[in-house]
Design a protein around this ligand. Structure first.
Ligand code: SUG
Length: 453
C-alpha cells in the first residue's frame, strides 16, 4: 500500500562515529567515561559497530538516517584558549601543556546524536511544522563544541521553511544547560495517536543543586524554553524532575533510566522525583492509554541498570508491526538483567524478539544504542523536502564501509592526534563521508577553523 503523504513515520538518525574516537574521561558524572579514561580505542571498530546497528535496523524494514561526524581537531577552541600559530606547533604545545584540551578538541562525541537536538514533529506543533532545537551541551567543554556545527547541519538539511523550523540553541549559560532529546520522550498514544511530550530536567537553576556527587546537566529553565521554541502546548508537554539519587549514581541523562516507544513507557522506579504522583499524572493525561512498565529496585538495582544500560535500548516497530528490542550485549552478560528482559519485559511489552548487539566501543564512553540516535518523526512529504542524502541506502552504506576500512585507525592514542599529518588523513575521511551524504563541507567553514588543505 502506498504510504500516505501526511502519515508520519519515526526515523532514527544515528551519529556515525568519527575517526578520532578515543577515551579521555571527559564526562564527569558518566561513570563509564571515567572508568575507561586513557584505555586504547579502536575507531574503525567503533564505526563498524555503528554501521552494523544501522544495517540491522534497515533489515527490519525501517528507514534509517545518519548524521556525519564533525571536523576535528577543533582549532577554533585551541585558538580561543591561547594556542596560536601553525597547526603542528599548536598541536605540539597543547599535547605537552594541556593534553585534556587536545582530547576535548578531538572528541568524536557528536556520535551520540540523542544529545544533538530536541525534536517536535509537525503533527504536534502549533503551526504544524517540524521543529528542531539543537542542544547547547554546555555542561562539558568537548560536547559544547558540537552545537554550532549541529545548527549549521540541521539548518541546511531542514532548510525548507514551509515544513521546518530550526531554532538556534539556547544561550550558552548554566541557567539554560540543554542536553537535547536524551532528556525528552514523545509518547504517542490511543487511536488518534495523540502525543505527550515528557521533558526531564535534573535541576532548577533558581534553586540549590539537588545532587551531591555529580552535576545535574539539564535545567528546568532549558526544558521550558525548548517547549516554547518547539511550539508545543502546555497541554501536550509535561515537565518532570529526574531523581537526584539516580544522577548521583551515574544516570547523567534520562535515557539511561527510562525509555519510551509508541504508547509504552518503560522506566526504573527511581527514575523521577515523586514517582508515584508522576505515574498517576501520566495515566491521567493519557486517559490510561499509555502503558507503563515500572521496574522495581528489587528486580534491578540502579547500579545494574547503569552497568547494563537496559533502559538505553531501542524498541523498534518492524515492517508488519512486529516489535523488536535492540539491546547492548552487556544486558545479555548480566544474568539477572537478561532474565528480567526475557521473562518480564518481553512478554509485558509484547516484544517478539530481542537482539543483543556489541556496541562496546561507544558503551565504554557511556553511549548505548539509544544515545547513538536522534528520533525524528516525518511525513513522506517532509522527507521529500530534505536537503542532502542522510536517509542512507545500501550503496551509501557500502561506500561508508569502504571509507572506514580505508582511513579509520584500529588504534588511536593522543600522541597520534598530536600529529597534524595524521589528523589530515582523518579529516580526509570525514570529508569523504560528507560527499557520500551530500552535505557541503562549506557549511562548516570557520566552525572548527580547519585550514584549507
Ligand atoms: O555526554 N560521553 C557522552 C555520552 C553521551 C551518551 N548519550 C546519551 N545518554 N544520550 C556524555 O557523557 C565521554 C567522552 C570521553 O570521555 O572521551 C562522553 O562525552
Amino acid at each position: 500500500m502506498p504510504e500516505e503523504i501526511n502519515t508520519s513515520t519515526e526515523l532514527n538518525f544515528d551519529g556515525l562515529v568519527g575517526p578520532t574516537h578515543h577515551y579521555a574521561g571527559l564526562a564527569f558524572g558518566n561513570v563509564a567515561s571515567e572508568k575507561n579514561k586513557n584505555k586504547p580505542a579502536n575507531p574503525k571498530q567503533a564505526a563498524l559497530q555503528g554501521l552494523q546497528k544501522i544495517q540491522w535496523m534497515q533489515q527490519q524494514g525501517v528507514l534509517q538516517g545518519m548524521l556525519p561526524p564533525q571536523l576535528r581537531p577543533n582549532f577554533r577552541l585551541l585558538h580561543q584558549l591561547g594556542f596560536q600559530g601553525r597547526e603542528q606547533a599548536v598541536l605540539d604545545r597543547v599535547y605537552k601543556q594541556a593534553p585534556q584540551l587536545l582530547s576535548a578538541c578531538c572528541s568524536a562525541s557528536s556520535m551520540w546524536t540523542a544529545n544533538a537536538a530536541t525534536v517536535a514533529p509537525s503533527s504536534d506543533t502549533k503551526h504544524h511544522k517540524l521543529c528542531i532545537t539543537p542542544a547547547n551541551l554546555i555542561c562539558n567543554l568537548h560536547r559544547s563544541l558540537e552545537s554550532t556545527a549541529n545548527y549549521a547541519l540541521l539548518s541546511y538539511v531542514f532548510s525548507n521553511k514551509d515544513h521546518f523550523q530550526v531554532n538556534e540553541s539556547l544561550p550558552a549559560l548554566s541557567t539554560y544547560s540543554d542536553e537535547g532529546a536524551a532528556n525528552h520522550m514523545r509518547i504517542a498514544y490511543g487511536k488518534q495517536q495523540k502525543a505527550l511530550h515528557i521533558f526531564v530536567y535534573g535541576r532548577d537553576s533558581e534553586r540549590k543543586s539537588p545532587t551531591k556527587n555529580f552535576p545535574a546537566r539539564q535545567t528546568k529553565q532549558a526544558s521550558e524554553a525548548v517547549i516554547r521554541l518547539n511550539q508545543l502546548n502546555n497541554r501536550n508537554a509535561l515537565l518532570l524532575q529526574q531523581n537526584p539519587q539516580a544522577i548521583d549514581m551515574g544516570v547523567f541523562h534520562n535515557d539511561v533510566i527510562a525509555l519510551s516507544h509508541d504508547g509504552l513507557l518503560l522506566c526504573h522506579e527511581l527514575a523521577f522525583m515523586n514517582q508515584k504522583d508522576v505515574m498517576d499524572e501520566i495515566k491521567e493525561r493519557s486517559e490510561g492509554c499509555i502503558k507503563i512498565i515500572e521496574i522495581q529496585e528489587a528486580e534491578l538495582s540502579l547500579s545494574n541498570a547503569i552497568s547494563s544500560y537496559l533502559f538505553n535500548s531501542q524498541i523498534v516497530t518492524c515492517s508488519g508491526g512486529v516489535l523488536k528490542m535492540l539491546l547492548p550485549l552487556e544486558c545479555r552478560e548480566q544474568e539477572k538483567v537478561h532474565s528480567l528482559i526475557e521473562n518480564t519485559i518481553k512478554p509485558k511489552a509484547n516484544i517478539a524478539e530481542t537482539q543483543y548487539m556489541d556496541l562496546r566501543q561507544s558503551m565504554r564512553n557511556g553511549g548505548g544504542p539509544a544515545c547513538l540516535r536522534l528520533r525524528i518523526n516525518m511525513t513522506l512529504e517532509e522527507r521529500e523536502n530534505l536537503n542532502g542524502k542522510l536517509i542512507v541506502n545500501e550503496d551509501q552504506m557500502k561506500e561508508l564501509r569502504r571509507i572506514i576500512e580505508q582511513y579509520y585507525p584500529e588504534q588511536l592514542t593522543l600522541k597520534q592526534l598530536s600529529s597534524w599529518q595524521e589528523c589530515q588523513t582523518l579529516l580526509d575521511a570525514v570529508c569523504a563521508i560528507y560527499e557520500i551524504l551530500e552535505i557541503p563541507q562549506s557549511l562548516f567553514d570557520g566552525i572548527s577553523k580547519i585550514p584549507a588543505r
